[in-house]
Design a protein. Structure first.
Length: 162
């Protein structure tokens, strides 16, 4: 195990092999262990990978990016109530992911505009409850617990056929 320092907080790196008797399926290949320091939570994170061609900082960067993707899908499931994707083709997944990104960005923008300092999930729930009420969104963000306005009188004329 070698000790190193880098901008991704790599503390040490090394190789290891699990004993075949202690593993579930007897994984026979050599693994790479990279220990990374998490500055935000003040703790070490052990990363195990079978990617031996990348350097430790590249592995740390890949895992960091992967964790950001995991957090995005967690927020997607919690705030937008998405349980599963509707389609499974590449195009369907891309459309649903981009739509979710746009929805999350709109939610975050509304969250920034809101004077009621709710959490993002509470704002999403309140928007869901008020989805079919007729009101100005920016005025509602300033005073979300006000009584909704009366339904406007339709401007359409009636057609008399008799």
């Amino acid at each position: 195990m070698r000790l190193t320092r880098s901008r991704f907080g790599v503390r040490s790196r090394g190789n290891l092999r699990f004993p075949l008797t202690n593993t579930y399926h007897g994984y026979p290949h050599l693994l790479r262990r990279v220990v990374v320091w998490d500055e935000r939570n003040q703790r070490e994170i052990d990363l195990l990978t079978n990617q031996r061609q990348f350097g430790p900082t590249t592995i740390a960067a890949i895992y960091k990016d992967r964790w950001e993707i995991e957090l995005f899908f967690k927020a997607l499931k919690q705030n937008l109530k998405v349980k599963s994707f509707v389609g499974t083709s590449k195009n369907a997944l891309l459309i649903q992911t981009w739509t979710a990104l746009i929805a999350i960005m709109l939610l975050k923008w509304l969250h920034d505009l809101s004077k009621a300092k709710w959490s993002l999930s509470n704002l999403a729930s309140m928007l869901r409850l008020n989805l079919f009420t007729y009101r100005n969104l920016l005025l509602w963000l300033d005073n979300p617990f006000s009584t909704p306005p009366l339904i406007p009188v339709p401007v359409q004329l009636s057609l008399e056929l008799s």
